[in-house]
Design a protein around this ligand. Structure first.
Ligand code: PBG
Length: 334
């Protein structure tokens, strides 16, 4: 027992036979054993459509993100297609809001016109539309009110109208984000009834009541005027409940289920991956974007590496695709 420093005392734990660093020695070998590949195929770009023409208004809390009129939105969508992105998701900001959110199903609304124009300019680019009332209601809640409560079943009929109107404009996928119970079944049956059985539903199945939506509410001008969204969006403390939400939405006809936000809920993404065999999406939301941007603008983190690391982690957790405001950046950087 006169061996050198630690020569056999650590052999019992694998060293020195096992040296994991061998597979990290250079970039080629790291490439060879890399488990998760992130590609433009995995990313979806959100766009905010406002009234007018020639409009491109920066969103103060989301540097690099703009509200754009239909004409400019189409230009950005064509850029997204040219950069290889498979899809965009549209949010609309109407010229007027009312108690019902009737702008959501206006056939000449911003989302409807942008959808039709994008499908003409870039037919291969998938257009996903967010289906919700919060951008369209004067009170900012995601459904119609009964007193100060959001009325579930009365909201469903309005969501059906919005989804069908998006489908009529040419949407490939509708994405309900309101968190009303039964909305996937309601939307599926309305789409089928009107002959849109090929329009898919991407359900925001597991959507938490999150502080990370703050910047989005600037971008979409959709902050609630009173109260908060806790009676319909999920409690961040719950994951089992997320499994029930996803199971229900799949039963009701969702083609893809989404977790939102992404990074604080990677455990939930992973549990869905293990449990369900439908495609799973994750939404890297506005606050996740703005945190990275703000830190990078201060020189506190490397933006590019933070983007790659967070998106790779979301995919590694089990997401098949990711909605992210970094999509165009990532795609154009090549
Ligand atoms: C609308 C909706 C929200 C987001 C997507 N759809 C906001 C909310 O629920 O308040 C958030 C997206 C983001 O923060 O990037 N119902």
């Amino acid at each position: 027992m006169h061996g050198g420093l630690g020569s056999n005392s650590i052999a019992s734990v694998g060293f020195p036979v096992q040296r994991p660093r061998r597979l990290r020695r250079n970039s080629t070998i790291r490439r060879l054993v890399r488990e998760t590949q992130l590609s433009v195929d995995d990313l979806v770009l959100p766009l905010f459509v406002v009234p007018g023409s020639g409009v491109e208004k920066p969103v103060a809390s989301m540097p690099g993100v703009f509200q754009q009129s239909v004409d400019r939105t189409v230009e950005t969508a064509v850029r997204a297609r040219d950069a290889g992105l498979p899809a965009v998701i549209l949010f609309g900001i109407p010229p007027q809001k009312d108690a019902e959110g009737s702008g959501a199903w206006h056939d000449e609304g911003e989302v409807q016109r942008a959808t039709a124009a994008i499908k003409r300019a870039a037919p291969d680019l998938l257009v996903i539309t967010d289906v919700c009332l919060c951008e369209y209601t004067d009170h900012g809640h995601c459904g119609v009110l009964s007193g100060e409560a959001v009325a579930n079943d009365a909201t469903l009929a309005r969501l059906q109208l919005a989804a069908v109107s998006h489908a009529r404009a040419g949407a490939d996928i509708v994405a309900p984000s309101d968190m009303m119970d039964g909305r996937v079944a309601a939307i599926r049956s309305a789409l089928d009834f009107d002959g849109f059985e090929d329009v898919a539903i991407l359900s925001y199945a597991v959507k938490y009541c999150s502080s990370f939506y703050g910047p989005f509410r600037d971008a979409a001008e959709s902050a609630p005027r009173f109260g908060d969204r806790r009676t319909y969006q999920m409690d961040p403390a719950n994951a089992d409940e997320g499994m029930r939400e996803a199971a229900l939405d799949i039963e009701e006809g969702a083609d893809v289920v989404m977790v939102k936000p992404a990074l604080p809920y990677l455990d939930v993404v992973h549990r869905l991956r293990l449990r369900f065999d439908v495609p799973i999406a994750a939404y890297q939301v506005s606050g996740e974007y703005s945190m990275i941007k703000a830190a990078a603008m201060n020189g506190w983190i490397d933006e590019r590496r933070a983007i790659d690391e967070t998106l790779t982690s979301i995919k590694r957790a089990g997401a098949d695709f990711i909605i992210t405001y970094f999509a165009l950046d990532f795609a154009e950087r090549g």
